[in-house]
Ligand binder design. Structure first.
Ligand code: ME8
Length: 644
């Protein structure tokens, strides 16, 4: 979002329909929803887009595995995203599906425009493809053994006729864009990564496939029916086809002011391919591409394919949707990873929401009930509390720049500074003593000051907690809308006299015991649900022996920089080279205590990248409330000895 504009366009990625939604998707969607609500609060005409990405080899394979047609399967999973966003009150204006006829028409039109521009040519592609990431790689980009550098999964050699997009032609123009448009990619550290990547040189991009058919066909004018479009070309174009590109273009004027929200995993597609496609089409470039970090579980990226995801619906049901929204936005700085912890969520609810926000409202209600029969009047606030009003304004005046820079955690931190100021002011002036001393006007003014500070925070908090803040605003005698934003916030005006309403406790304290019951379990993958669920816990001896367990000797151990949980280990498994294993055990073991000790290792796990480091196995450990213990042989064993 930029500082002043009439029309604002905000997007989430369109999510793959290869499995059900999880907390990572909810995170991106909630950030985008918050920005869309903020933009509407400011009075801007806002168009908020989300949807599902339904073509490609990955979806075709997932559908086949479930005995469904790709369309049938895509419709079903797409609906589960739509249902969740509806249950989460996500204020989207359009939910696009890439199987929508208008989208297909728009993508074909874009292809034709790129051909006319001379940006597409036919050749042969030879290289490696990761179906899970739907990404092409060169051999040098792969990690040892031919695995995908992004997700660690196996890649396949692809050798087929393909159309190419002249990405290399746009290298210089892209670098100029990054240079000239300071906030085009946020946070800035991520922008630097993109610049480094582009500076190493861009290769033309294969944009069609012939080895499967679940994709958008080339326009008829190409007369080449065996090709379907590369899923990323198809998917990225959703951002303009949703506004009518290539069909009914009446919404295209939203395009001039676009903010894309994405996870860091797909920044390259959005910050390199997408602007190059737009340059080819002769369209404006997005104003901002914001890349957030990952939610991890025990240090590993939460993802559908790993089956370690947290179900956002369960969390929202257990703790309250708006509390969950607050937590997601407040807990992790934009762009950084965060390990999902129920404890942290409870702390935020009990402390920030219960103690700081909910209690403040209760205190205002309690004091006004006692002193002024619920009447609150701002008339003497400036007389007695100019200092506090100025202090609050000093915090609030510039707070919006955090929104433009997508630093929602900093934004919330500053709102909480105003709540702290309000709570401290009550402690400083002790209104109960003012009343005892007969300083009634002063006591009334103090209560009114606090109500006004809370009112300002409430307006600015409303995009994050839309329902809760409406309740608080109603108690404080006003409604949250653009008018209130312009007067009480922007104009720094004070509340008109009102009678405060009692409200039930907004954030009942969450007790430890209750929490344990509501512990959100990692979600099972969609295909394991139902009947499979009962059978899933019993395995045959053959299935057991598919897991190769071996004794390993730790020969090196060191901390992983910037991680509270991870250690980087070198483990001898009696092989030619020791393995590198990234283990989430830092809280329980000192690196020096691990050297020369033995552990039990899952030796045939697919290598994966954890915080950018290759991990080639997993240590067995048992964890309970007393801590974590590594599983070790009773007597020393030769490194590499099989366990089983
Ligand atoms: O990439 N933490 O779809 P996708 C935080 N269809 N966010 C996460 C996350 C995690 N652990 N896991 C997923 C695709 N996300 C393409 C996009 S857009 C033209 C095409 C969020 O279903 C995050 O926003 O794999 C990430 O970028 C997105 O989901 C990937 O969703």
């Amino acid at each position: 979002m930029t500082k002043s504009c009439n029309k604002v366009f905000i997007t989430t990625p369109i999510y793959y329909v290869n499995d059900v939604p999880h907390i990572g998707h909810a995170y991106t969607t909630i950030i985008a929803d918050t920005l869309a609500r903020y933009s509407r609060l400011k009075g801007y005409e806002t168009f908020f887009l989300t949807g599902t990405d339904e073509h490609g080899q990955k979806i075709q394979e997932a559908a086949k595995a479930r005995g469904k047609s790709p369309k049938e399967y895509a419709d079903e999973i797409s609906q589960s995203f739509r249902t969740l966003w509806n249950e989460f009150d996500i204020s989207y204006d359009k939910f696009i599906k890439t199987t929508d006829p208008e989208h297909i028409q728009g993508v074909q039109k874009a292809f034709e425009v790129m051909v006319e521009k001379g940006d597409i040519y036919k050749d042969h592609y030879e290289g490696f493809y990761c179906v899970s990431c739907e990404t092409f790689f060169t051999q040098t980009q792969l990690i040892e053994g031919g695995f995908c550098p992004d997700c660690g999964k196996e890649t396949h050699i692809v050798k087929e006729e393909s159309y190419f997009f002249r990405l290399s032609k746009y290298e210089q123009q892209l670098l100029e864009w990054y240079q000239n448009d300071e906030n085009c990619i946020l946070p800035k550290a991520k922008k630097n990564e993109v610049i480094n990547f582009v500076e190493q040189g861009l290769k033309d991009l294969s944009i069609t496939r012939t080895s499967f058919d679940w994709g958008i066909k080339l326009p008829e004018s190409m007369n080449d029916p065996k090709h379907v479009m590369y899923v990323w070309l198809d998917a990225l174009l959703n951002y303009i086809t949703a506004l009518g590109y290539g069909s009914d273009e009446k919404r295209m004027d939203f395009w001039h002011n676009t903010t894309h929200l994405v996870g860091k995993d797909i920044l390259r597609f959005h910050a390199i391919y997408w602007p190059a496609f737009l340059m080819s089409l002769g369209l404006d470039l997005p104003k901002h591409i914001g890349a957030h970090g990952w939610w991890t579980r025990n240090g590993e990226k939460m993802s559908k394919s790993k089956g370690n995801v947290v179900n956002p619906k369960e969390v929202a049901d257990a703790y309250g949707l708006e509390n969950f929204r607050y937590f997601l936005l407040r807990e992790v700085p934009f762009g950084q990873d965060g390990d999902f912890s129920q404890k942290a969520l409870i702390d935020r609810i009990n402390s920030d929401l219960g103690n700081d926000l909910g209690n403040l409202l209760n205190r205002i209600i309690g004091m006004s009930a006692k002193y002024s029969d619920y009447r609150i009047d701002s008339k003497d606030v400036a007389k007695y509390h100019k200092k506090e009003l100025d202090q609050a304004w000093a915090i609030l005046e510039g707070i919006e720049h955090y929104i433009y820079e997508l630093q929602l955690n900093r934004y919330l931190e500053d709102l909480w500074k105003v709540l702290t100021l309000a709570n401290q002011t009550i402690a400083t002036y002790e209104p109960w003593n003012l009343m005892k001393e007969g300083k009634i006007e002063e006591a009334f003014a103090l209560v009114a000051l606090i109500a006004n500070l809370l009112a300002k925070v409430t307006i600015l908090l409303s995009p994050v907690m839309p329902q809760t803040t409406q309740t608080i605003a109603k108690a404080l005698g006003f409604e949250i809308n653009t008018q209130a934003y312009l007067t009480l916030y922007k104009g720094n005006e004070l509340l008109a006299p009102f009678e405060i309403e009692k409200v039930p406790a907004l954030f009942p304290k969450i007790e430890e015991e209750l929490l344990k019951k509501a512990d959100p379990k990692p979600q099972m993958k969609a295909d394991k649900k139902g009947k499979d669920q009962a059978e899933a816990s019993i395995i045959t001896i053959d299935q057991f022996f598919q897991t190769k367990l071996k004794i390993g000797t730790i020969i090196e151990a060191q901390e992983v920089p910037k991680s509270d949980r991870l250690l980087k280990l070198k483990v001898d498994l009696g092989e030619e080279k020791p393995r590198q294993i990234i283990a989430g055990i830092k809280e329980y073991y000192q690196p020096s205590d691990l050297i020369d000790t033995q552990v039990c290792v899952v030796a045939n796990l697919k290598p994966a990248k954890i915080m950018g480091l290759l991990s080639e196995g997993m240590l067995l450990a048992a964890k309970d409330k007393n801590g974590l213990s590594l599983m070790r042989p009773e007597q020393p064993k030769k490194a590499g000895t099989a366990v089983g």
